[in-house]
Design a protein around this ligand. Structure first.
Ligand code: GAL
Length: 490
């Protein structure tokens, strides 16, 4: 083949429809999806009022404009199928139907998420979509949904190898696409059959493990895997603590891709089982690992601390960073100060951000406040040779130091103080991408010091807490008092 025809052949190959899509599935979830799902706080107690009143409240306290745009209905909404096999919503729970809910949510500036299951029944024993994919996708499209959470119960034994699971979940992906409606597809097969190896060809997000439980580190027999088995967990289970999920995610999260994210499960912030530091850690890590951020609390009774966690723009800017690269765990050590469950460990996670910044999280899973250190060498550890970043100076921004104070958050909840639009970063007006590109200070956090080339970052980290930082190349070389030390509290 002559050079020119070889060139033509190659360009034709890349111009073919196979290569047209910019992202693996569709153009959705270019950053991890943000929203609210009823399951963690309400389980099967769902109805029209819950969804619409939550949406209204999220608007009032400013969380819609902080980026949470999907309102996702979970299990227990149907009463089975009619004589023609069409899924029927429960008329008592949804008296005006799903299209009405979708219309209301759309008019409030939200997108609407629906739930079904790639099995004969859902996990709570309602009708599943296996064998009805096309028909159900058409029904969902006629209701104008924008998101489908697709579960894995009662799958008729169609699991056991990646191919069998992938084939089953792909049917709904294709059925949704065939409707012509743009629907974010959130696969929920709990890490079964290694979805991190194949689900990026099928779904916008995929659950990597068992159901979350509102506890920082409590072990539970119902969640048997701990992460020690690497990515080979044979039974995902439920009642998985935050630390349990993180220790499993460490092995798989790097497989995330833009448009196809590892899902660590929905947030528990505000549900009462953890203290403030623990919820900050939970939220920080879900953001840094690029998990979808689906709030799972009762927003109608939200408290000030939860609001100030969920709305923190400096942490949300990590979640929604345009580079879309999850942090990696750079080290993990066990410590002697264990908690009531005998758990005690410290970890450091790090990853690149858009524009050459770096996010670093020092996680203290021990039972007391401690000083923690991370060297630039550990933070920028490369497999091959010395990372050039180690030889540079970095400004350190603390991502929690500018957290909204409790009084301001309470006044927003009570509607007695400033409007949220005056306090928050408003993504409805300026996207995270554009805000980051122009260096919007709200998204950076608070400048607390600098680490020089070859230096070390030292931070005091509370029990079960994090020090979460953005590093940005220092333009003006600030001399630290002693070489390689961080001048804290600038
Ligand atoms: C589970 C799923 C939960 C919730 C529940 C509903 O399988 O992981 O997130 O959707 O089913 O029954």
């Amino acid at each position: 083949m002559r050079h020119s025809s070889l060139f033509t052949a190659i360009s034709t190959l890349f111009a073919s429809p196979k290569y047209e899509a910019k992202y693996p599935i569709n153009d959705l979830a270019v950053t991890p999806q943000m929203g609210w799902n009823n399951w963690n706080a309400f389980a099967c107690s769902v109805n029209e009022h819950l969804l619409l009143s939550t949406a209204e409240k999220l608007n009032v306290v400013g969380l819609r404009d902080a980026g949470y745009k999907y309102i996702v209905l979970d299990d227990c909404w149907s009463v089975g199928r009619d004589g023609k096999g069409n899924l029927q919503y429960d008329p008592e729970k949804f008296p005006r139907g799903m299209k009405y809910v979708a219309d209301q949510l759309h008019s409030m500036g939200y997108l609407f998420g629906m739930y079904s299951d790639a099995g004969s029944y859902t996990c709570a024993n309602y009708a599943g979509s296996l064998g009805y994919e096309e028909q159900d996708a058409k029904t969902f499209a006629s209701w104008e949904i924008d998101y489908l959470k697709y579960d894995n119960c009662f799958n008729e034994g169609l699991c056991g190898t990646p191919k069998i699971s992938a084939d089953r979940f792909r049917v709904m992906k294709d059925a949704l696409r065939a409707t012509g409606r743009s629907v974010l597809y959130a696969m929920c097969n709990w890490g079964e059959d290694f979805p991190w190896r194949w689900a990026h060809t099928i779904a916008n997000s995929y659950r990597m493990g068992g159901d979350i439980y509102d506890s920082f580190s409590r072990p539970d027999a119902r969640c048997p895997c701990t992460g020690e088995e690497g990515d080979h967990c044979s039974y995902a289970g439920s009642h998985c603590s935050v630390m349990n999920i993180l220790n499993k995610a460490a092995y798989v999260v790097h497989n995330s891709k833009i448009g196809a994210w590892n899902d660590l499960d929905m947030l528990e912030v505000g549900n009462g089982g953890m203290d403030d530091e623990e919820y900050k850690t939970h939220f920080s890590m879900w953001a840094a690992l690029k998990s979808p951020l689906l709030m799972g609390n009762d927003v109608n009774t939200i408290d000030a601390k939860s609001l100030s966690i969920l709305s923190n723009p400096a942490v949300l800017a990590i979640s929604q960073d345009p580079a879309g690269i999850p942090v990696s765990r750079m080290w993990r050590y066990y410590v002697n100060d264990t908690d009531a469950y005998g758990q005690g460990e410290i970890q450091m996670w790090s990853g690149p951000l858009f524009g050459g910044d770096q996010v670093v999280v020092l996680l203290n899973g021990g039972n007391r406040t401690r000083m923690m250190n991370a060297t630039l060498e550990e933070i920028f550890c490369h497999e091959m040779g010395i990372a050039p970043e180690i030889k540079e100076d970095w400004n350190i921004y603390d991502l929690w130091a500018n957290r909204m104070d409790a009084a301001t958050a309470q006044s927003i909840i009570d509607g007695t103080g400033l409007a949220p639009a005056d306090v928050y970063y408003n993504v409805t007006k300026l996207s995270f991408k554009d805000g980051l590109a122009t260096g919007n200070p709200t998204l950076l956090g608070k400048l607390i010091g600098m680490v020089e080339a070859d230096g070390v970052i030292k931070r005091e980290v509370p029990r079960h807490g994090v020090a979460m930082m953005r590093l940005r190349r220092s333009k003006t070389r600030l001399r630290a008092a002693s070489a390689h030390q961080v001048p804290l509290g600038l």
